[in-house]
Design a protein. Structure first.
Length: 343
């Protein structure tokens, strides 16, 4: 960035100008203001009503920095000029859209704005980054650098390669919030999905499970990667994928079963031949992405009666296999056990 916001963070009061220099200073200030308005033209906009939200922000062909402010907010008055000047310095790579939250409260509520100033970096309808209050100079610089990076990714493969490398560094140093932002941003560019999509998805699933302990989203993300795509992953991402699958199983094993699961277990303990309860349990395990447990329950059904209820246990087992993929280690082991039951 060509502009340095450091001067805005100086808390020392400025020295009063001498009487001789006052007129010259005022004239210079007017000229600077005119130059600034000319530079910022086209890069800064105001959100005036709800109908402008989609075209100006969500459907913008450029990254949008959304400045949520209010007329009564002192810190907002300090931050907005910084955002305007740094946006002008961006020379059209992104744009600044200002929104008075008192005029558009429903949008502010939707964005979960609780304190202001609140600033969002939005690209193609997705929130890439955000901050609240007056940030440090370093944080603000990184925020605007991200905005430039987002714009460059859409048409420069070298930039997206750099983004992937940076995301990998964040994974390796356990800075998963930053890694997740990088992977999500990369995946948002549809023109790069065919070439880099599987890497982004593995990275996203890794962050979901290790950063948020969200096994469901992590598994759903993995499921969207085809078997050929998994085979073509680099060693780095194959290793990452194995870690994700192992962590999903680890989390699921340590989770306490629900009351419904416990009730089904009690029914099965009382009557081991109750295949309907076993099937209901397997379905519940499958829906909760407890795939290894679902496989085990299905195999138990087949060991007792593989033709029960028009091979319902076998059909559900194949659904689980399809979700996990043929290369999954759990599936490979289960298929060997299945072969012994069938043959």
């Amino acid at each position: 960035m060509t502009q340095n916001p450091a001067r805005y963070f100086n808390t020392k009061p400025p020295r009063a100008p001498s009487p001789v220099a006052k007129d010259e200073s005022e004239a210079a200030s007017i000229d600077q203001a005119k130059d600034f308005l000319e530079n910022v033209k086209g890069y800064v906009d105001e959100l005036n009503d709800y109908n402008e939200w989609l075209p100006k922000v969500m459907q913008s062909d450029k990254p949008v920095i959304l400045d949520c402010y209010a007329d009564w907010c002192g810190p907002c008055k300090k931050l907005t000029p910084i955002l305007e000047e740094m946006t002008a310095a961006g020379e059209g790579k992104f744009k600044l859209v200002k929104m008075n939250i008192d005029n558009l409260p429903q949008i502010a509520t939707g964005l979960k704005v609780r304190n202001i100033p609140a600033v969002f970096l939005i690209n193609k309808g997705g929130i890439i980054d955000t901050f609240v209050g007056i940030p440090t100079q370093e944080h603000l610089q990184q925020f605007f650098e991200t905005a430039i990076l987002v714009e460059q990714i859409s048409h420069d493969e070298n930039v997206i390669q750099s983004l992937i490398t940076k995301a990998e560094e964040y994974v390796d140093t356990n800075k998963l919030d930053l890694a997740e932002k990088m992977y999500l941003e990369g995946y948002s560019h549809e023109n790069w999905r065919e070439k880099f999509g599987p890497q982004f998805l593995v990275g996203i699933s890794y962050c979901f499970v290790f950063n948020h302990k969200d096994t469901k989203k992590s598994q759903e993300t993995i499921n969207s990667i085809t078997e050929p795509q998994k085979k073509n992953l680099s060693d780095y991402y194959k290793n990452l994928l194995n870690k994700v699958q192992a962590e999903i199983l680890n989390i699921l094993h340590t989770q306490k079963p629900s009351d419904e699961e416990l009730q089904l277990h009690e029914k099965i303990d009382k009557d081991p031949s109750d295949l309907q309860s076993r099937y209901d349990l397997a379905k519940m395990q499958f829906e909760k992405t407890k795939y290894d447990e679902a496989i085990e329950t299905c195999l138990q059904i087949m060991q007792i009666d593989r033709n029960w209820n028009q091979k319902a246990g076998y059909t559900l087992l194949l659904e689980v296999f399809a979700k996990l993929g043929s290369s999954n280690e759990v599936v490979i082991k289960a298929r060997k056990r299945l072969s012994k039951i069938l043959f």
